[in-house]
Design a protein around this ligand. Structure first.
Ligand SMILES: [Zn+2]
Length: 245
């Protein structure tokens, strides 16, 4: 039985590539509950065939307002990947590509993050500055990993064992550095988790592709897996095309 990790960023109605409509998010959670799908903490995804783990990148304030209450209602575990240098700020980091229609939105502050940690939401690191890691020196890479991990641990008193690569970008060296500090790390490769998946670069299913109810509800089925494989192949094609042109 397949397991998978879902990626959400912002819950808002802008329709951007980082946005899922809050009503669609509620439908997703309600469907998981109704079907009795096992929702597990990220670190347990390998031991849980047929299960789903929920991840939220960047730490948008709308997580606190719109996702947190729903997760509590269903008692679903989730991981929020925090950009520690931008807490209480906005997602206006220098590396943010000038994509059209990507909204600039407030991020959670430390008191909100502490409330989440106290309520059992897992906080993972998403670096200090949301930098493109492949462009950093070894020393800066190490600093982005260590200082972001320590910032969350110092403020919440809980160990930080998970990490997500900004833009999903990593190299073998970066993954080695990540492996030394974290138990699991998420990339953006669009695929299901398998026993062969690398814990330092777990694939995820971005909910941007799953806003149609039909596809979200097909994820545990063969035609859902075929849809993901087709989407993934298209994405690879597009990225190799972009690299060559
Ligand atoms: Zn991010």
């Amino acid at each position: 039985m397949k397991s998978w990790i879902l990626t959400y960023h912002s819950l808002d109605v802008s329709g951007s590539v980082i946005s899922v409509d809050p009503a669609v998010f509620r439908q997703h959670m309600s469907w998981l509950a109704q079907t009795g799908t096992q929702v597990v903490p990220l670190e347990r995804i390998f031991e849980s065939p047929g299960a789903v783990a929920l991840t939220f990148d960047d730490g948008f304030r709308n997580f606190y307002e719109l996702a947190f209450p729903v997760l509590q209602q269903y008692r679903f575990p989730a991981t929020v990947f925090v950009v520690t240098g931008y807490c209480a700020g906005k997602n206006d980091w220098p590396s943010q590509p000038a994509l059209p229609h990507v909204p600039t939105l407030p991020l959670m502050n430390w008191s909100e993050l502490q409330n989440l940690a106290a309520a059992g939401i897992d906080l993972g690191s998403h670096t200090i500055n949301h930098s493109r890691m492949a462009t950093l020196s070894d020393a800066d890479t190490e600093r982005e990993l260590r200082a972001s991990q320590e910032a969350i641990e110092d403020r919440t008193g809980k160990p930080v064992m998970s990490f997500a690569y900004p833009y999903g970008e990593s190299t073998p060296q970066i993954r080695e550095a990540v492996r030394k500090r974290f138990r699991v790390a998420c990339g953006t490769k669009l695929a299901y988790v398998s026993p062969e998946s690398d814990p330092a670069e777990l694939p995820r299913l971005d909910t941007f592709y799953l806003q149609e109810k039909l596809w979200f509800e097909a994820l545990g089925k063969q035609y859902g897996a075929a849809y993901i494989a087709a989407r993934s192949a298209l994405r690879e094609l597009r990225s190799s095309w972009n690299k060559r042109h």
